[in-house]
Write a protein that binds this ligand. Structure first.
Ligand SMILES: [Zn+2]
Length: 412
């Protein structure tokens, strides 16, 4: 069981004296606790009675969890009412925790902390008026950013099988791998492009709470060398409402089209079991499309903004969606099992438009993906698109200064 440092250290001197008796007494009386980890078991047991971390199980309600933890109904109501303007505790989610903190000496309730998502937590602090009755309490709530401790790390590797498999084998958190691949989603198609010998390197934040690793934070900079060609991305906050990834020249990495109509997370199991390329654009065989083999039901995304001009069964193509992006480009997606859009819909880049299937003339679930330029089918993998929007002139110096150190690390 964890005790937050804030509570533990100031209290430790006093508490240690009565630790033995108190520890035994309250441990026996307490509710759901996390099992003690092996490393902690080796150290002198500290009193752990002042925080209870309650796992929210499916079907449990806030009221029942609090009552099970021994909180009186009047206080439960005070906490609930105080939280209401910020967050409705009736919506607590299974798999999350309710953290209850108590005063170390009296074990009077002090506050509740609930992590709403990976970024924000709800805190409800109470002054207990009458402990016996649990009424007339003064509780105060606020939602604030979770105070992670941030560590910056540099990781790198070489492709033998796939970015996913090789980065995972290198001990990199899966969530960081997906975030890195997402930053390259306009420039690299991780289903088709990777070659053995490609290399990747990236600098990102790791988030800790009380010294314990929680999750990856921001990807700060990344590099993928594909078949000798170097791609770099750098995080930059240009203004309050414009932050994202830019290349080494200060152009946004976001382009007119995504490289692939299927997101990296669905190809994450690599070449052998995940999504892979079946047949590329080939003029001589007459296959003017790219086929991606993917599991039945894999979401298909619009590669760019546009209007759905066709969404219906279309002979050998099976269930097909066509998107007109502008006066020049159109993309077509065939063999879908299910549509997610209707004709006439406006779609944004990355929107789900349907799901992989095997309708029409198809021997197994795959996506048949075509790109048309001025009505002629072209190879989407070779189409060179204009670079993304450049950072505004007045922000360029700040950008190049901010990436200098990261760039040196990537190039090193
Ligand atoms: Zn095809």
């Amino acid at each position: 069981m964890k005790i937050t440092k804030k509570i533990l250290y100031p209290a430790a001197v006093l508490v240690i004296i009565v630790a033995g008796a108190v520890y035994l007494y309250f441990n026996a009386a307490s509710v759901s606790r996390e099992p003690m980890k092996a490393a902690e078991a080796d150290t002198i047991p500290l009193p752990t009675d002042y925080q209870e971390k309650i796992l929210i199980e499916t079907g449990a309600t806030f009221g029942s969890l609090m009552a099970n933890a021994g909180i009186k109904s009047g206080l439960i109501q005070s906490i609930y009412a105080a939280a209401q303007p910020e967050y409705d505790l009736a919506n607590v989610r299974a798999g999350h925790f309710l953290e209850l903190n108590f005063a170390p000496d009296s074990r009077v309730f002090k506050n509740l902390v609930y992590k709403i998502d990976s970024e924000k937590e709800l805190r409800v602090d109470c002054k207990i008026a009458d402990e016996a009755e649990g009424t007339d309490n003064v509780c105060d709530s606020r939602v604030e950013a979770i105070p992670y401790e941030i560590k910056t790390v540099v990781k790198e590797g070489r492709i033998e099988n796939s970015l996913y498999a090789d980065a995972l084998a290198g001990g990199i958190d899966e969530r960081a791998i997906i975030a890195l691949a997402d930053a390259f989603q306009w420039s690299v198609d991780f289903a088709l492009d990777p070659r053995a010998g490609d290399t990747f390197k990236f600098i990102y934040e790791e988030r800790y709470l009380n010294g314990e690793y929680q999750m990856p934070g921001k990807i700060l900079a990344g590099q993928y060398i594909n078949d000798g060609k170097k791609y770099q991305v750098y995080y930059f906050k240009e203004s309050e409402d414009n932050e994202g990834y830019f290349d080494e020249n200060g152009n946004s990495v976001q382009k007119l089209f995504l490289k692939a109509p299927v997101a990296f997370k669905y190809i994450s199991s690599g070449f052998t079991t995940g999504l892979r390329y079946v047949e590329a654009f080939n003029v001589s065989t007459g296959h003017r499309a790219v086929d991606y083999a993917a599991a039945y039901g894999t979401p298909i995304r619009a590669v760019g903004d546009g209007t759905v001009i066709f969404a219906a069964y279309n002979g050998a193509y099976g269930n097909m969606v066509k998107i007109r992006h502008n006066g020049t480009y159109q993309t077509n997606y065939g063999h879908m099992s299910k549509f997610a859009v209707k004709k006439g819909a406006q779609v944004k880049q990355g929107d789900i438009i349907g799901y992989v299937g095997s309708t029409g003339f198809s021997t197994g679930p795959h996506l048949h993906y075509e790109m048309e330029k001025n009505g002629v089918k072209i190879n989407p993998l070779l189409e060179v698109l204009p670079p993304g929007q450049a950072i505004a002139q007045e922000n360029q110096e700040r950008f190049f200064n901010s990436i200098k150190e990261w760039q040196a690390q990537l190039d090193n």
